[in-house]
Design a protein around this ligand. Structure first.
Ligand code: AMP
Length: 333
């Protein structure tokens, strides 16, 4: 039985992960306007901490700056986010900071990855809070484009990773991964990163992006970092703010079901049918949790596995009240 690991960085786990605290005590320096087009010079690598990130909303401005940075031989790191930052996002910024000369965090609630009846309008947003937290991790640039600029009238080009985007969450969120692959491609073309960071929390998303980068010969290194959890095991998500205390407690059954799978595998169980049925049984005990799916799949193709093989993805999605949550872990024998 090996470690629970994922991607090229770090060690992930089901259930209880590590939970550093947010730097809430940070006192911000005076705010920079979201739409400021100041020509603040990029500071040297040694003076990053606690600087106000430069906020760029213009796509051509971001592209010109990226060209300039690349001409200077500097390395651009990108952390794509939809904002409402939590420790999961900050762990990505922190890792990216270490290997980037210029650290860009994109902040864009991407409309094309939300279904018509999903929470695009109500998705939590707090730019000022995000700016302070991004600053506390030494972010150089916050790229926050307007939806109308990313998808102007007549926009008609899409990126689809066929065969992966309709599996798992794709069955319940048609078009979601087409929106994700498209926006990530656009962000890559705008920010021109050498390296981009994603979380294992969204395992299918990371797998799709890695395949897209490979298939389309994008010259970008992808790093996937472990899921950050609450001390009680709940995977951090911007959507957790929707949960009542009672729903939060109920949602813990999700990470517990992943722990159960891990224990069964450690004890020698290899039949995915048996593991899945025990996970479903456990989750069914929580009346507030409506399971959408739980699956054990190959890590590359996302095809269901009959037996636990060398490496497998255990992924699930559920509604807790009105809130849709996902969680997963990777098992390696
Ligand atoms: P989002 O803002 O939800 O689109 O997430 C932005 C990035 O943060 C994605 O790469 C996510 O996978 C990652 N992320 C979200 N939640 C977590 C978490 N709990 N632990 C680690 N990474 C996360």
């Amino acid at each position: 039985m090996g470690v629970w690991e994922y991607g090229s960085v770090g060690v992930g786990e089901c259930g209880n992960g590590y939970t550093p605290t947010l730097p809430y005590s940070y006192t911000p320096t005076p705010p920079t306007s979201l739409h400021s087009h100041t020509s603040t010079p990029l500071h040297s690598t040694h003076f990053f901490t606690m600087q106000n990130p430069r906020v760029i909303s213009s796509i051509p401005e971001m592209q010109t700056l990226a060209d300039q940075v690349r001409r200077e031989g500097k390395r651009i790191g990108l952390v794509p986010t939809m904002g409402y930052l939590h420790e999961g996002h900050l762990s990505l910024l922190r890792a990216a900071r270490k290997v980037s000369d210029v650290l860009v965090m994109s902040l864009f609630v991407n409309p094309t990855q939300f279904g018509p009846h999903e929470d695009y309008q109500t998705y939590p947003r707090d730019f000022e809070r995000d700016r302070v937290l991004a600053a506390s991790e030494g972010t150089d640039i916050i790229f926050a484009p307007a939806a109308e600029d990313m998808y102007p009238k007549g926009y008609t080009t899409w990126v689809e990773v066929v065969g992966l985007s309709d599996k798992l969450c794709g069955q319940f969120r048609p078009g979601h991964f087409r929106g994700v692959a498209t926006v990530v491609t656009k962000l890559f073309n705008i920010v021109k990163p050498h390296v981009a960071f994603f979380g294992q929390k969204d395992a299918q998303q990371s797998i799709i992006i890695q395949r897209m980068v490979q298939d389309l010969n994008m010259d970008i290194q992808i790093e996937v970092l472990p899921t950050v959890r609450e001390p009680d095991g709940l995977a951090l998500s911007s959507r957790n703010v929707y949960l009542s205390e009672q729903e939060h407690q109920a949602a813990l059954v999700l990470s517990r079901s992943l722990d159960l799978a891990q224990k069964l595998i450690q004890n020698g169980e290899r039949s995915t049918a048996v593991i899945l049925s025990k996970m479903r049984e456990l989750i069914a005990q929580e009346p507030l949790v409506a399971l959408e799916y739980v699956a054990i799949t190959d890590l590359t193709t996302l095809e269901d596995l009959k037996e636990i093989s060398a490496r497998a993805l255990i992924a699930l999605a559920a509604k807790v009240g009105k809130t849709r949550l996902i969680d997963n872990c990777i098992v390696s024998l």
